[in-house]
Design a binder for this molecule. Structure first.
Ligand SMILES: CCCCC/C=C\C/C=C\CCCCCCCC(=O)SCCNC(=O)CCNC(=O)[C@H](O)C(C)(C)COP(=O)(O)OP(=O)(O)OC[C@H]1O[C@@H](n2cnc3c(N)ncnc32)[C@H](O)[C@@H]1OP(=O)(O)O
Ligand SMILES: CCCCCCCC/C=C\CCCCCCCC(=O)OC[C@@H](O)COP(=O)(O)O
Length: 327
C-alpha cells in the first residue's frame, strides 16, 4: 500500500503551515517582526537593484546613475510607514563640490540619505558592500566609492584621488565619518578621512544629522515597530576660510548626539504612518558651532600641500559662506 501521498500534498501542507505560522510570529514575536522587516528590506533592495542594473549599465559607471537608484528607493519609506520631512535643504551649497558628513546608525540610513541626496553626490562605502550581490553592482554603476578599511594606506589613496575628482568632475561626496554603524546613542570619534578630503579639495563640509531610530528600531533588542520617527537635518556648512585640521580635529559631535535622541512630536505617537524627518534652526546653529569647535581655525594660510599639523582650506571657491557669528 502506498503511504507517501506525493510531493504536492506535502508542499500544500507546508504552505498552509507557513501561512499560519508567519502571521502568528509577526503578531506575537517582536523579534520575528524585526527579522521579517529587515529581511524584506534587504531582499527588496536586492530585487530593485536587479531592475536598476540594466538601466544603469546603459550609461556605464556614472554618478548620474545615482539619480536612478534614488528614484527607485524613495518609495521604501511608504512600505515601512515612514513619513519623511526635510527642512534645511537650503543649506546645501547650490552648485559646487562639497563633502557631506553624517551620523551612521543602520542600513536604514539609506532612507534618510535618499531623501536629501544632492545631485552628483556619491557615498563612500566599505569595500564589502561591493560584494553584496546586485546591490553592490548597482552601487558600483552609480559611482559609489569603495574603500578597504583594513588597508588605511589604500583607503587614503582612494580618498586622495576622490579629492581630485571632486573638483574636476564636479561631484559631491557623502561620508559617514564614524566609519561604521553606531546605534548606541552617542557618536563615535570621527575618522579623519572626510576632513582631509574637504581640506585637500578645498571644499565646504555640509553636516547632516539623522535623528535616533531608538523609538522604532533597535538592532540589539531586535525591535522594529511600525510607529517611528526619523529626522534628517542638513546643517549650514561651517565657514571654510582658514579651515584647519590641527589636533584635536575631530572631537565627538555632541550636538548630533543630542539631536539624535530627541523625542518625536506628540502628534506622531501611536500613528503607524508618521515617522518624519525634520529640522529646527536652533539645533542647526548648535551643530554648526560644534563642528567648528571640532575643526579648529587656523590663521596660518599656507600651501595646498596638506601636512598633519596644518591642513588649510583657502577661501577660494567657498566665499559664499558667511558664518561670522561663530567667530
Ligand atoms: C535601486 C537599487 C539600489 C541598490 C543599491 C542600494 C543602495 C545604493 C545607493 C547608495 C548607497 C550606498 C551607501 C553606502 C553607505 C555605506 C556606509 C559605509 O560603508 S561606512 C564605512 C566606510 N566609510 C568610512 O570608513 C569613511 C570614514 N573613514 C575614514 O574617513 C577613515 O579616515 C579612512 C580613510 C578609512 C582611514 O581609516 P582609519 O581607521 O585608519 O582612520 P583614521 O581617521 O584614524 O586615519 C588614520 C591616519 O590617516 C590619516 N588620514 C586619513 N585620511 C587621510 C587622507 N585622505 N589624507 C591624508 N591622511 C589621511 C589620518 O589623519 C590619520 O593620521 P593621524 O592619526 O596621523 O592624523
Ligand atoms: C546607508 C546604508 C546603505 C545601505 C545599502 C543597503 C543595501 C542593502 C541591500 C542588501 C545587501 C545586504 C548587505 C547589507 C549591507 C548594509 C550596508 C551598511 O549599512 O553598511 C554598513 C557600513 O556602513 C558600516 O559597516 P559596519 O557597521 O562596520 O559593518
Amino acid at each position: 500500500m502506498e503511504l507517501w501521498p506525493g510531493i504536492w500534498p506535502v508542499l500544500l501542507l507546508l504552505f498552509l503551515l507557513l501561512l499560519f505560522l508567519l502571521p502568528t510570529l509577526w503578531f506575537c514575536s517582536p523579534s520575528a517582526k524585526y527579522f521579517f522587516k529587515m529581511a524584506f528590506y534587504n531582499g527588496w533592495i536586492l530585487f530593485l537593484a536587479v531592475l536598476a542594473i540594466p538601466v544603469c549599465a546603459v550609461r556605464g559607471r556614472n554618478v548620474e546613475n545615482m539619480k536612478i537608484l534614488r528614484l527607485m528607493l524613495l518609495h521604501i519609506k511608504y512600505l515601512y510607514g515612514i513619513r519623511v520631512e526635510v527642512r534645511g535643504a537650503h543649506h546645501f551649497p547650490p552648485s559646487q563640490p562639497y563633502v557631506v558628513v553624517s551620523n551612521h546608525q543602520s542600513s536604514l540610513d539609506l532612507l534618510g540619505m535618499m531623501e536629501v541626496l544632492p545631485g552628483r553626490c556619491v557615498p563612500i562605502a566599505k569595500r564589502e558592500l561591493l560584494w553584496a550581490g546586485s546591490a553592490g553592482l548597482a552601487c558600483w554603476l552609480a559611482g559609489v566609492i569603495f574603500i578597504d578599511r583594513k588597508r588605511t594606506g589604500d583607503a587614503i589613496s582612494v580618498m586622495s584621488e576622490v579629492a581630485q575628482t571632486l573638483l574636476t568632475q564636479d561631484v559631491r561626496v557623502w561620508v559617514f565619518p564614524e566609519g561604521t554603524r553606531n546605534h548606541n546613542g552617542s557618536m563615535l570619534p570621527f575618522k579623519r578621512g572626510a576632513f582631509h578630503l574637504a581640506v585637500q579639495a578645498q571644499v565646504p563640509i555640509v553636516p547632516i544629522v539623522m535623528s535616533s531610530y531608538q523609538d522604532f528600531y533597535c538592532k540589539k533588542e531586535r525591535r522594529f515597530t511600525s510607529a517611528g520617527f526619523l529626522k534628517t537635518s542638513p546643517l549650514d556648512p561651517p565657514p571654510c576660510h582658514h579651515l584647519s585640521l590641527r589636533d584635536p580635529p575631530l572631537a565627538p559631535w555632541t550636538d548630533i548626539s543630542s539631536r539624535r535622541n530627541e523625542s518625536p512630536p506628540k502628534r506622531l505617537h501611536g500613528s503607524s504612518l508618521d515617522p518624519m524627518i525634520l529640522l529646527d534652526s536652533k539645533l542647526q546653529a548648535a551643530g554648526k558651532k560644534r563642528l567648528m569647535e571640532a575643526i579648529p581655525l587656523s590663521h596660518n594660510f599656507s600651501s595646498s600641500s596638506p601636512s598633519k599639523s596644518s591642513l588649510l582650506v583657502p577661501s577660494k571657491g567657498v566665499s559664499t559662506f558667511t558664518c561670522t557669528h561663530l567667530h
